[in-house]
Design a protein around this ligand. Structure first.
Ligand SMILES: *Cc1c(COP(=O)(O)O)cnc(C)c1O
Length: 221
């Protein structure tokens, strides 16, 4: 099956459930991305800033770019003019830097707070205590050019479906709790980014409304 067919089948499946598809195009060529674009896909995710800006320059300007990988503070300036959503905000220092560059470009940058839900300790993200601490600081509320839209998490890379399910369930519970207690149920706090090719069906069952799919769309990397 070609990229276009995969996109169409996935969109149909996910649209029905109100889940937004982010096509993760890391390591794929602009030609591959154009194929998905021509099938109607507009939201693409990358995990390396240099690669993201290279592609952004040569591809259609109505593409919505998502940063799904770890972001270093010294790289924020390159993506600040155009980035649609940063999935990987994980410190106040980083959020302050995003705010600073967003202000320079007179825009608001949407961010998700990345939460560490996996049992592996190699993955980035805030643990529960750090997350609550961050949400409590007045400094976060003072950032006028950053809007926290929700949470993102990456489950453990394991064949154990039950473990994955538990991790996603926990993140959904956290999302609901934070929305109520820190965002006063604000409608803009609406995005729960969880699920990749191997586990997106479990993620959607557990309440994800944004999935980040790479290999399912573009084939193995
Ligand atoms: C690579 C990547 C994805 C997509 O992974 P697949 O298994 O190819 O679907 C999703 N999220 C993040 C953060 C990634 O780095």
């Amino acid at each position: 099956m070609h990229v276009a067919n995969r996109i169409q089948a996935l969109k149909e499946e996910l649209d029905r459930m109100g889940v937004k598809l982010i096509a993760v195009s890391k390591t794929k060529s602009p030609e591959d991305i154009l194929e998905a674009y021509q099938a109607g896909q507009r939201a693409f995710g990358e995990n390396v800033v240099q690669e993201l800006i290279g592609k952004q320059e040569v591809l259609p300007k109505d593409i919505e770019w998502h940063l799904v990988g770890h972001l270093q503070t010294n790289k924020v300036k390159y993506i600040a003019p155009f980035i649609s959503l940063i999935h990987s905000a994980d410190s106040l220092k980083l959020l302050k830097e995003i705010n600073k560059h967003a202000q320079k470009h007179q825009r608001m940058i949407d961010c998700l707070l990345q939460v560490h839900i996996a049992s592996e300790d190699t993955k980035f993200g805030l643990d529960h205590v750090e997350l609550i601490e961050l949400l409590r600081t007045d400094e976060l509320a003072a950032l006028r050019h950053v809007r926290i839209r929700g949470l993102m998490g990456i489950a453990t890379n394991t064949p154990n479906q039950k473990e994955i399910k538990e991790e996603f369930r926990e993140l959904k519970t956290l999302f609901d709790g934070i929305k109520a207690s820190f965002f006063n149920d604000a409608p803009y706090f609406d995005t729960l980014s969880m699920g990749m090719s191997a586990d997106y069906k479990i993620a959607v069952e557990q309440g994800s409304n944004m999935v980040r799919l790479g290999s399912t769309i573009f084939g193995e990397r």
